[in-house]
Design a protein around this ligand. Structure first.
Ligand code: FES
Ligand code: FES
Length: 189
């Protein structure tokens, strides 16, 4: 008797479902951009891979390091943790939109003055986070270390450290980052 033909019982894998591309309109650094992308694309990949804005960095791609921090409608977010399609019509600001080598944003200039980096990989995220963080304090948004929730948060080193704790620097440039941030604000004596 002939042995059974092993190929006759092979189960062929089902073809992967086709995902239709989605149109997304973003206003990025003051410019209207329209993308036709896989709806599973993260905002970070949309910026880096589709718009070639590589200033925002991919450190962990898991919401753990802050290297991808950008501002969406003025609020800082981790661009790796959100899909681009969720931001249709939104205004996105990346490090490229804050300043340029010949006209640095005051925080960019302060980071240079104070050596607020070593390898620089976390720096775009640190600067975007700093800009948004100072606006949050100005708007009176409390943090975990704000003692009196009924009063506007004070601009203290403790507040700045706490609010910047979502941005990790593997080079450990934290003390210089703090000095750079303090340089652009008036700290209480
Ligand atoms: Fe987004 Fe690390 S790359 S938090
Ligand atoms: Fe290297 Fe922050 S400067 S990780």
């Amino acid at each position: 008797m002939q042995p059974p033909d092993p190929t006759s019982r092979r189960i062929l894998p089902e073809a992967a479902p086709v995902i239709a591309p989605a149109a997304v309109s973003l206003r990025v650094n003051g410019e209207d951009r329209v993308l036709d992308i896989d709806p599973r694309t993260s905002l970070l990949d949309a910026l880096r891979e589709h718009l070639r804005l590589t200033g925002s960095k991919k450190g962990c791609d898991h919401g753990q390091c802050g290297a991808c921090t950008v501002m969406v409608n003025g609020t800082r977010i981790y661009a790796c943790l959100t899909l681009a399609v969720m931001h249709d019509g939104d205004e996105v600001t990346t490090i490229e939109g804050l300043g340029a080598p010949d006209r640095l944003h005051p925080l960019q200039a302060a980071f240079v003055r104070h050596d607020g980096y070593q390898c620089g990989y976390c720096t775009p995220g640190q600067i975007c986070a700093s800009v948004a963080m100072l606006e949050e304090i100005k708007a009176g948004i409390p943090s975990h270390v704000t003692a009196d929730l009924g009063a506007p948060p004070a601009l203290t080193e403790e507040e700045i450290r706490e609010r910047m704790s979502g941005n990790i620097c593997r080079c450990g440039a934290y003390s210089n980052i703090l000095e750079a941030i303090k340089d652009v604000v008036e700290m209480p004596a």
